[in-house]
Each structure stands twice: as structure tokens, then as C-alpha cells.
Design a binder for this molecule. Structure first.
Ligand SMILES: NC(=O)c1ccc[n+]([C@@H]2O[C@H](COP(=O)([O-])OP(=O)(O)OC[C@H]3O[C@@H](n4cnc5c(N)ncnc54)[C@H](OP(=O)(O)O)[C@@H]3O)[C@@H](O)[C@H]2O)c1
Length: 267
């Protein structure tokens, strides 16, 4: 397909890796649908500098109803989504934080947003690219305590587990999508200088353009890639827990329960 006919949806597009990715995509695809946390007026300067057809849709993933509304709004603006990049994410807060939906904030922002948008759009999408993190590799999911209410909370643990949930979900989704035209892929974009990185680690990282380059490399690889995990631009093995069908199904059941208030069943 001619790239200029493609519709790309990118979340977390106003800062860091997402912003650099949006800059690289603008004017090179037919329709670029960008999500950000801020209202349009706050990011108008950035948006007005982008070429091509750009639609901006704000939503705070700390509110489940705003995630669901974003999914609906994307559906209204695009009949077909060639590429969905679930990139938005937040670092784990220093102290355990619960959203108005009663869900640990890192889990909701990073993981549940990915599930909701993937569920709402999976019938019209070509490739779903979920941005995880290599931090997922050294974690395990406590399925009875996904929000770390009982077990020892730390911001880094909350973040890494939200990313393990994303990779596990992506591996499950790949089996769900098997035999369809859609694919689900997850990846670590690199260690990249950003507010998110400095919010958790005292390391510098590469410039955001490196993360954008990795994302667009994986996004542009010929298929089939369904169920694959990439470390930067190379295929890699995910945490073995992510490919365990028992863990996947338990995670999906618990995820469905968390999404009951917005009547979205990801299974
Ligand atoms: N940087 C790294 O080394 C690294 C490594 C592995 C994985 N990643 C992943 O890469 C992705 C991009 O991260 P980054 O490093 O580029 O971080 P970043 O610069 O902090 O960008 C994160 C993006 O997510 C948005 N966001 C944060 N909280 C949100 C919320 N409640 N609702 C909606 N959007 C929200 C941010 O919006 P605002 O700018 O308006 O806050 C921003 O656009 C994340 O998924 C991250 O976990 C990054």
C-alpha cells in the first residue's frame, strides 16, 4: 500500500518518543491521528508545525471513560487503521496512587488504555504495536494483586508489571487475531532520554529520535509478525510468563473485570 494512503494512530504523541515519532510520520502518511493528555490549545504550537492531515484527540488515561471515549472518537475519524501505536505511558508514582476508577494509576494508564484501544479497534486495524519496556523481563505478575494493593509497592515495580501485563496481553491478542488480517506486536523502544525515564531512573538515555526510529522500524517490517516481541529493532524473547496460556487467560479475566464499568470485554 502507498504509505500516503495509510492511517496511523499514535498515543502519547506530544512528548518524548511519541512526539519524535509524530514528527517523523507527519506528511508521510495519509492520516495521522495523534492522542495526547493535554487539551488541544496546550499543544497547538506543536500540531501547527506538523505537515499533512493530522487529527488530534485528547484523553486522560487516568479516567476509564476518557479511554473509551477516545476509542470511539478514533472509530469515528478512521474507518480503517493501518497502524495503532499504543505508546502513551507514565512512570510509577513514588507512592501508590489510585485513579477515580479505583485502579492503581500505572496499571490503568499504561496497560488498560492499551487493552481498551486494541479491543475497540481490532476489527479495523492492520498492526497493533504496543510499547512495552525491557523492565518487564525481570518481573512476575501477581494476578491476585495486579494493582499492588497488598504486595510491596514501588513505582518501578508498578511500571515494570504494567509493561509485563502489556506484553502478556499482546501475546494473548496475537492468538485471538490468528487467521485475521490484524497483527499484535510489542516492543522495548530503547533507553531514551525523557520525562518518564528521569521520573524513575537516574540514567540519561539516547535522544527520543532513536526511540522513534526503532518504533518506525518495527512498524514498517513486513509481516507476519503476529505475537512477536522486539528489543529496539531486533526480535527478542519476552518474559516466559507472557506466553503462558494459563497466565494469559487469568490476566484477561481480571482485565475484563476491571473494565466492567465501561462495558468493554477484551476477550
Ligand atoms: N524512555 C525510555 O527509556 C523508555 C523505555 C522503555 C519503554 N518506554 C515507553 O515508551 C513510551 C513513551 O515514553 P517516553 O519515554 O517517551 O515518555 P514521556 O516523554 O513521558 O511521554 C509519555 C507520553 O504519554 C503521555 N501520558 C502520560 N500520562 C498520561 C495519561 N494519564 N493519559 C494520557 N497520556 C498520558 C504523556 O503526555 P504528557 O506529555 O502530556 O504528560 C506523553 O505524551 C512509554 O510507554 C514508556 O513506558 C520508554
Amino acid at each position: 500500500m502507498d504509505p500516503t494512503d495509510r492511517t496511523v494512530v499514535l498515543t502519547g504523541a506530544t512528548d518524548g518518543i511519541g512526539r519524535a515519532t509524530a514528527v517523523r510520520l507527519a506528511g508521510r502518511v495519509g492520516h495521522l491521528v495523534l492522542h495526547g493528555l493535554e487539551p488541544r490549545a496546550e499543544v497547538e504550537g506543536f500540531l501547527s508545525g506538523l505537515g499533512g492531515r493530522v487529527t488530534y484527540l485528547p484523553a486522560d488515561f487516568g479516567h476509564l471513560d476518557q479511554i473509551a471515549a477516545l476509542g470511539a472518537a478514533i472509530g469515528e475519524t478512521a474507518d480503517r487503521v493501518d497502524l495503532l501505536v499504543n505508546n502513551a505511558g507514565r512512570p510509577g508514582a513514588r507512592r501508590r496512587t489510585v485513579t477515580d476508577d479505583g485502579i492503581e494509576a500505572t496499571l490503568q494508564t499504561n496497560y488498560l488504555s492499551t487493552v481498551v484501544l486494541s479491543t475497540v479497534l481490532r476489527d479495523r486495524v492492520g498492526r497493533i504495536l504496543n510499547i512495552a519496556s525491557a523492565t518487564h523481563l525481570s518481573e512476575r505478575l501477581d494476578l491476585a494483586d495486579l494493582g499492588l494493593a497488598v504486595g510491596g509497592y514501588s513505582g518501578v515495580t508498578a511500571y515494570a508489571r504494567s509493561k509485563l501485563a502489556i506484553v502478556t496481553y499482546t501475546c494473548w491478542l496475537a492468538t485471538r487475531l490468528d487467521g485475521t488480517a490484524a497483527e499484535a506486536v510489542s516492543m522495548h523502544p530503547g533507553v531514551i532520554h525523557s520525562r518518564l525515564l528521569s521520573g524513575m531512573f537516574s540514567i540519561q538515555g539516547d535522544p527520543p529520535e532513536v526511540g522513534a526510529r526503532n518504533i518506525l522500524h518495527v512498524a514498517g517490517l513486513p509481516g507476519p509478525l503476529n505475537g512477536r516481541y522486539f528489543d529496539e529493532s531486533e526480535p527478542a524473547r519476552p518474559n516466559p510468563a507472557a506466553t503462558d496460556p494459563t497466565i494469559q487467560h487469568d490476566l484477561l479475566d481480571r482485565t475484563a473485570a476491571l473494565l466492567t464499568p465501561i462495558t468493554i470485554d477484551p476477550r
